[in-house]
Structure formats: C-alpha cells, structure tokens
Write a protein that binds this ligand. Sequence first.
Ligand code: TZP
Ligand code: MG
Length: 213
Amino acid sequence: MRFHRSQLRLYLVTDPQLCSRLGLVETVRRAVAGGVTMVQLRDKDATTAERVAMARALKQALAGSAVPIVVNDDVTAAREADVDGAHIGQGDISVAEARGVLGPDKMLGLSCETARAVAVADPGLVDYLGLGPVFATATKSDHKTPIGFAGLAQMIKVSALPAVAIGGLKTEHAAEIRASGADGMAVVSAICGTADPESAARAFSRRNRECEI
Ligand code: TZP
Ligand code: MG
C-alpha cells in the first residue's frame, strides 16, 4: 500500500486494557466504521507470535478498507503478518535495521520526543513521524516531558516528513493540532477507552473535517 499523509488524519493506537471491553478486533472495526484512517497495533507485553496473530486478525477484519495497519515495536511481526508496516521509537532498533527487515515497500513510522530526533530522522528510511506527548497521559506511563502545541509546531518545522501528534488528545484539540501543521491526531483512550468507539471516532473525524483549511 502506498502511504499518503492523509492516512494520518485519525490514527488509532490500540491498548490491550482499553480495548478489553469489546475486544481488540471489534474495537478497531467500530473505530474504523467511525472514520479512523490508520491503525497501530500496540501491545507492549505480547510476544511476536501473539502480535502476528493479532495483526492477521485485524488485517482480515479490515480487508477491503483502505485503512493501513502498522505494528508497534515489532518489525518482525509486521513482516510476518504482512500488514502495511511498523512503528518504532527512539529506544527500539535503528530505522536502518527496521527498514532492512521491512523491505522498501512497507511503511515505517518513528516516534520523536525532541526537535533533535526529528532533525536526524532520515526521510529516505522513515515514512512518517509520531510527535509527542502533546499532553501528559496515563496511557503511557513512561512518557517524556509533554511538548504542548508550541513544541509540536516547532518540531513540525524541522522536517518535511508527514507527522501525527499523540498524547492526551481529545476532539477539542483538533483545531490547534491542524494549526500546528500536523497531518493528524493519534488517539488511544479517547476512542479505545469509550463504550462506543464508533461514535468517539466519528466525533474526531467530524471535528477534523471542520478544522480543514
Ligand atoms: N506515545 C506517546 S503518548 C502515548 C503514546 C503511545 C499514549 C497516548 O494515549 P492517549 O490515551 O491518547 O493519551
Ligand atoms: Mg517502541
């Protein structure tokens, strides 16, 4: 699948606890029905084999949709499940190694918490950046210092790579996120942690549309 920055508009990151009410596949299916444009499978405690099984289940559930699936932290699982790509952080394997495992055609996302990390992200190897946390969040216990909207806007200026913002994001932040120059919002709890992920996603997509310039 060819990657386009518009796919970052409403980027769902899954969480095993927050998705447990409806289950991973059903949560994602409903969120996509509500307008999610990309999905990251994120399960810090799973094995590669478990991630492969979950990624395959998501791929099957989203077959026929244009919504890409990437696997957090695990390029091997992404390749094995033959989903659209992987997302790594600064503490994971290098982007060169990740690209080597994924091959040239899969998507590779990279989390950056500082402008310095953005500056050294190689556009020849990386397809998009995840920037944050914008706000403090209970979803990621070990997150770095929040960057705020001003920090986000500064980081976006450093690179021409597509960028998605993450961390404590709610529908009411859509306008500032667009104004910062980000291509989209990445959300965990405000969609996965609700009883109705479809309506939650629909509220984000509506706000995103209203904020288009
Ligand atoms: N990376 C930076 S913040 C975060 C991740 C995975 C979690 C964001 O979760 P939430 O619930 O949308 O604040
Ligand atoms: Mg990681």
